[in-house]
Write a protein that binds this ligand. Sequence first.
Ligand code: FAD
Length: 398
Amino acid sequence: MKRFDIDIAVCGGGVAGAVCASLLARAGRSVALIEARRPGWQPPMQDFDLRVVAISPGSARILDKAGGLALHDPRRRAEYRRMQVCAAAASVAFSAQEHGIDQLGWIAEVPALQQAQWQAMEQRGQVRILAPAQVQEMALRDDSVRLSLADGQTLRAGLLVAADGARSRLRELAGIITDQWHYNQAALVTHISTERTNEGVAWQRFTEHGPLALLPLPDGRSSIVWSQPDRRAQQLLALDEGDFLDELNSHQDSPFGLALSCTERRSFALIRRQAQRLVKQRLVLLGDAARNVHPLAGQGLNLGLADAAALAEVLENWQPDQDPSAALARYQRWRLAAGSVIAGGIHAINEIGHGPPPFSTGLLGLGFRLAGRLWPAREAFVKRACGLDADSPRLSRS
Ligand SMILES: Cc1cc2nc3c(=O)[nH]c(=O)nc-3n(C[C@H](O)[C@H](O)[C@H](O)COP(=O)(O)OP(=O)(O)OC[C@H]3O[C@@H](n4cnc5c(N)ncnc54)[C@H](O)[C@@H]3O)c2cc1C
């Protein structure tokens, strides 16, 4: 007799959750995906979505393996082969060629990545999709988990994956404690056109207010992410376009020249979160439900995709009638450590950058100068950031 209605239930169909559901279903598990809002995104006619992210080569492999082909459409993604990070008068530059890879990553729209994963899931029909649907109650046991959905349905699963985002309801229901740091900063985002086109360079400067990144878009413009104190970000949102561009240009000295125009501007509050544990009985946290990192290194979704691939890897030999606790313990050790290394590094750089200027940017500049000269450190950094080092899941490396 079958003990569960479903082997694995995944709650949250953002990019990380959808990829996780697909990878587990492709490995022969019966999987249900529960998502509050069915994505109905259509490519914007006028412009690229403001929610763009840097996707590493390792993450691109995971996305491909899960079946969503968003990165294959050159009209909707921009490859970057060079990266330059500047502080004060110093900078450090990386090129894909120097490190023996074809590209350092791609810039892509989050809704396009999500839509592609959903289309692949729906076409293949391996994942049972429950959307719109929400988990209302959860009873965690050592051998199963019972879910009650808002529409009255109940579901018994062998394992429950919480991929329900930064404010994870399931994490809260399970009573998992989360450490939080309020940066009192917001990331201001907009797309800009510049005097010269951006032909595939991810450029970043640590300004006196916070890190400012210019990331390439497929049409030669750049998407900016400018993290800065909350109040200042709100003031910049309220400026008219001309005054905003003047302010931006007084802080950016990118190789693309002056910013000439910008699209709508938005801001996102920045909070670092880290769940103290990623596993409780038959519940596993993944993606933003597991942690949130500052966007300055473009790693949030990359970590979430690595979580999905790592979970599929540790569950490779698990049979639904077996106890998964050893496999889940391995997942927790692996992903807590990987997340802490990256989040800790990002946090330290952000904290130094927010010290009193010019000391803060000077210190960062000194660090960049040293890092630029230490080849093993550069190589290790690039391999880690690209998801190609020995600690990355097999799917991302192969
Ligand atoms: C300004 C900015 C720039 C960034 N840049 C980068 C970058 O360059 N590179 C990078 O890798 N990352 C970046 N990130 C981070 C990245 O956007 C996130 O890490 C990623 O999108 C999170 O994906 P997720 O699938 O884990 O969560 P989400 O996208 O939040 O998905 C969660 C899903 O769960 C659903 N849900 C929630 N509650 C329930 C419920 N109770 N029941 C059912 N469903 C539910 C939601 O509807 C949603 O679809 C950036 C973030 C910001 C703010």
